[in-house]
Structure formats: C-alpha cells, structure tokens
Design a binder for this molecule. Sequence first.
Ligand code: GDP
Ligand code: MG
Length: 163
Amino acid sequence: MRPTVAIIGRPNVGKSTLFNRLVGKRLALVDDQPGVTRDRREGDADLLGVPFRVFDTAGYEDEDPATLPGRMRAQTESAVREADVALFMIDARAGITPLDEEVARWLRSSGTPIVLLANKAEGRAAEPGIHEAMALGLGDPVPFSAEHGEGIADLFEALLPYI
Ligand code: GDP
Ligand code: MG
C-alpha cells in the first residue's frame, strides 16, 4: 500500500493548490464515508519519483467559528489519524493565527509525524510569518510556494522519512 500524506490547515493557506500540484492530471474525486470526510479529495501523487497517496482536507473550511472546533477536529483528525504523515500548512504572508496555534497544540499530541509547511513563502513578505511559525512547537517550517513550485526539493526531503 502506498504511504499516505494528509494536507491540513486553515482556509486559504494553499492546501488545494499544493494538492493539485502533487496530483496533477491524476486528480481523483473520492466518494466517501458519510459525514466527516464528505469533502475530502484524494489522489495519487509522485514527488521526485516516490509515489504516495495524498488527501486534501476541507474540514477546516467552515465559515462559522462557533462550529469550527468540532467540525475541524472531526474531519482533520480522521485524515491525520489515517495518514502516515500530515503536512500542516500555514500562510507565511498572513502569519500565525489563534486557529493555527490551536491546531498545532493537538497535532503535537496526535502521534502522527507532522511536516510544517510555510506556504506563500516567495518573496520577503513571508519572512515574519516563517519566523512566527517556529514558535508552533512543530520544528522548523519548510518555506514553500505551492503557486510557484518553490521549495519542492525541501518538501521532498522533509517527507522522505515517512513515505
Ligand atoms: P486552501 O483553501 O487552503 O485549499 O487554499 P487554496 O489552494 O484554495 O489557495 C488559496 C489562495 O491562495 C488562492 O488564491 C491561491 O492562488 C493562493 N496561493 C496558493 N499558494 C500560494 C503561494 O504559494 N503563494 C501565493 N502568493 N499565493 C498562493
Ligand atoms: Mg482547498
């Protein structure tokens, strides 16, 4: 069985952009278990010749903060639990939010290996965000740009022990 990688993070950080980049033309829409994983997409990916399965989670994408903890946890947690490694993506331009900190707290106790990905890292505007991300307690962030494809080699190196 292929190793599995879950992409998680709050809305708009660039998860689906990375998913599409990794999966390319092999994009698959997956029908699902009822409830929590309804919106999850998954597909076969390949990074520098190493094949793996990737999940793009949507469970964080809830407009109402009041309902966020339950929904986000249910959907993201199930993806993280199933995965061999979780890619926790933050937006280095926007910086770390309280939600990022909350997610980081339970990720640290999840038992799943986490790779912290600081997306939108092209250019200098990302530098403060990359620095803030170091305080999440998940190791050094990998600076990355899903849109521009920068940092793929570093992402590969960070994932390699788990895939
Ligand atoms: P998701 O909600 O986490 O799945 O985020 P999306 O993949 O839908 O991307 C949200 C927005 O961020 C879109 O407008 C993307 O074009 C933009 N975006 C994604 N990756 C990058 C990046 O590396 N740099 C910049 N500047 N924008 C990005
Ligand atoms: Mg998305």
